[in-house]
Design a protein around this ligand. Structure first.
Ligand code: GDP
Length: 296
């Protein structure tokens, strides 16, 4: 994971600073410039990085620090806190309750890993004794239903879809209805992704959401999309009430910084990360351990 490289660069910057005999404004600025470079290289949005360094400079007032204080530790703590702050929008996402029916709608661009993530999410809960079900409301991509069906069958999760119906809104509504009658407690709606952010896609998301009244909308984002993360996440948030984010492909060469942008754009927390193509390569996301790992 390239996150480790980022952690390395940040740790190095802090180490260099702590090697300096006196930590003055110049040394602090050099250190923050190094950290800025590392975060930008990791695809963290420029504005987020700039705001973060401004905050750190405000918090760490070198003149006020009494002699003998461990300035390096203070700065390191400030960097840690600021990164945590970016990743923590301040309110937890809606959490479905076992035994109580919830509808969870997944949105994201084609190729982001949405269908794979829907199954992982279902499988994760099934292992904990839930009764999940999958609805394929992607009528746009040929083969989408087959893919979901294959995944669902492998995990022994009930599924709903159609080879002939072309209206995604209708399928979504029918699927949710069917599984509510079957007392499923986690009804997962997989939606179309298209190739790019386009008006028709967002209109479709709005209609599917209206028809299924999801308790939670999860935005799925490929961690390798880099600086495009903020705009993409914001575009989805403007059409549907995104309440949580899942970042996929964290096992690859992704730089991870897009996760920070997605949180900032949607004001929603990252709840899981995808770490591989297999069903169980899926981890609960925790801000503090993630940032600790990031800082090395
Ligand atoms: P969708 O178009 O958004 O539904 O995307 P898919 O679920 O079809 O995934 C696109 C590709 O990404 C597939 O080849 C998946 O196996 C792969 N993929 C999904 N999530 C992950 C992940 O966390 N790690 C890796 N390495 N590959 C993933």
């Amino acid at each position: 994971m390239v996150l480790a490289q980022l952690g390395g660069s940040i740790s190095r910057a802090l180490q260099q600073m702590s090697n300096a005999t006196i930590i003055d404004e110049k040394v602090l600025n050099e250190c923050l410039n190094e950290i800025t470079r590392a975060l930008l290289q990791a695809d963290v949005q420029f504005k987020l990085v700039r705001d973060m360094t401004t905050n750190i400079k405000k918090i760490v007032n070198l003149d006020d620090l009494a002699a003998g204080h461990n300035k390096r530790r203070i700065i390191q703590q400030a960097v840690f806190n600021e990164l945590c702050k970016i990743l923590d929008p301040g309110k937890p996402s809606f959490t479905p309750k076992k035994g109580k029916p919830s509808v969870v709608m997944f949105v994201g661009l084609q190729g982001s890993g949405k269908t794979t993530t829907c199954t992982k999410y279902a499988y994760y809960h099934q292992k904990k004794g839930w009764k999940p079900a999958l609805v394929c409301a992607d009528t746009f991509r040929a083969g989408a239903f087959d893919q979901l069906k294959q995944n669902a069958t492998k995990a022994k999760i009930p599924f709903y879809g159609s080879y002939t119906e072309s209206d995604p809104v209708r399928i979504a509504a029918e699927g949710v209805e069917t599984f509510k009658k079957e007392n499923c407690d986690l009804i997962i709606v997989d939606t179309s992704g298209r190739h790019k952010q386009e008006a028709a896609l967002f209109e479709e998301m709005r209609q599917v959401s209206e028809a299924t009244e999801p308790d939670l909308v999860i935005f799925v984002m490929d961690s390798s999309i880099g600086q495009a993360a903020f705009d993409q996440a914001q575009a989805f948030k403007q059409s549907v009430a995104v309440g949580a984010v899942i970042v996929t492909k964290m096992d690859g060469h992704a730089k991870g910084g897009g996760a920070l942008s997605a949180v900032a754009a949607t004001k929603s927390p990252v709840i899981f990360i995808g770490t591989g193509e297999h069903m169980d390569e899926f981890e609960v996301f925790d801000v503090k351990p993630f940032v600790s790992r990031l800082l090395g």
